[in-house]
Ligand binder design. Structure first.
Ligand code: ADP
Ligand code: MG
Length: 230
């Protein structure tokens, strides 16, 4: 059983209705993918090719028009909105291009936010783990800082720790180095790979950056609505 993929896309299609009455946009046309537990994957492709669409589907933030997504063997199309929210809160961590940290909450509070979605009060063990991760990414002395006082690279490291706080089985990152300078981007790329290896978390990273894509075990591209080896 443990050999079963953590995540599977089977003939997934997605079309968006155009708001202005022009023809609908067919973005995904039969995308297939199997992601093993602990694997790290980069998804590349030109702007508008459907990378964010794929991540949103993987993250249960959207549903496909046709085809199936399976997470841990569960067919996501059979789950209610409530069950999907539970899957997101317990199994998936998100990292976005822009960090989306809460500006009035400290670094410590920001990384504890996902834990609040599970229980009203994060347990001491979960909080301790989050602090260890912040130390691990070099932010141990910034716990009580507000995001506004951090550099872009530091904020993105906080966002990374926040995504890992719940010990998710899957972390989805959408151009996580897209708004960073080269040195910060390289730091995030290294960190993602180390966390993948050390935490055993499965990683799907959308990126334009070859330096980041290279750090992943497998690199795919979105081409004509499908996922192909890059
Ligand atoms: N909610 C939406 N409604 C309509 N069109 C959308 C929507 N989201 C994305 N699109 C269109 O789908 C295509 C793929 O978008 P996206 O997945 O964001 O691409 P990428 O992340 O590769 O740049 C683009 O043409 C985009 O304009
Ligand atoms: Mg995108």
């Amino acid at each position: 059983m443990s050999d079963a993929p953590l995540l599977e896309l089977r003939d997934v299609s997605k079309t968006y209705a155009a708001p202005d009455g022009s023809p609908p946009v067919s973005v995904l046309r039969g995308a297939n993918l199997a992601v093993a537990r602990g694997e790290s994957i980069a998804i590349t492709g030109p702007s508008g090719s459907g990378k964010t669409t794929i991540l949103n589907l993987m993250g249960t933030l959207d549903r496909p028009d046709a085809g199936q997504l399976l997470l841990g063997g569960r067919d996501l199309s059979r789950l209610s909105e409530r069950e999907l929210a539970e899957v997101r809160a317990t199994s998936i961590g998100f990292v976005f291009q822009s960090h989306h940290l809460l500006p009035h909450c400290t670094v410590r509070e920001n990384v504890l936010v996902p834990l609040l979605a599970r229980t009203s009060r994060p347990g001491a063990a979960a909080e301790a783990r989050a602090i260890v991760l912040l130390e691990r990414v070099g932010l141990g002395d910034r716990l009580d800082h507000l995001p506004g006082r951090l550099s872009g690279g530091e904020r993105q490291r906080v966002a990374l720790v926040r995504a890992l706080a719940n010990q998710p089985s899957l972390v989805l990152a959408d151009e996580p180095t897209g708004s960073l300078d080269r040195a910060s981007a390289a730091g995030i790329a290294t960190l993602l790979r180390e966390l993948n290896r050390e935490e055993g978390v499965t990683l799907v990273v959308v990126t334009h950056a070859p330096e980041l894509a290279r750090q992943m075990q497998r690199v795919l591209a979105v081409e004509d609505g499908r996922l192909v080896p890059a």
